[in-house]
Design a binder for this molecule. Sequence first.
Ligand code: ZN
Length: 149
Amino acid sequence: MTPTLSSLYQRIILDHNARPHNHGPLEGSTHEASAHNPLCGDRVTIRLRLDGERIEEARFEGDGCALSRASASLLTLAVKGRTAGEATSLAADLARYLSTPPGTSTPEEAPLGDLVALQGVREVPARRRCATLPWEALRAALGEEPPRR
Ligand code: ZN
């Protein structure tokens, strides 16, 4: 049986929730910020260690739903090795992508890689913030104001 694309994405989310990458404290972190989603009760803290502009390490801690944990786990993998500027523009691309209607292709999609697994929230706007929360914390940690909602 061939899994549908959306069930494949579902599995990626469940997998990252069950076995999150880079979960726990970060020794010698240089940047950190927390974000809270009162709608769902998600809390996430993102910690980074930068060498100059380059993100050497990214880890997260927090309590939240499967979506927020999976998104945080995907975030740590996606931003490691990028510059702060690249990471914040990735956060912006993801936020734009997740607010487009389901089934549409956007120019932001291409560089997102595994992050497209979060696209299920396009069908459930109430859950969108679960997926974007860790990215809000990332932008705050890097000193960028989150966009107005
Ligand atoms: Zn949530």
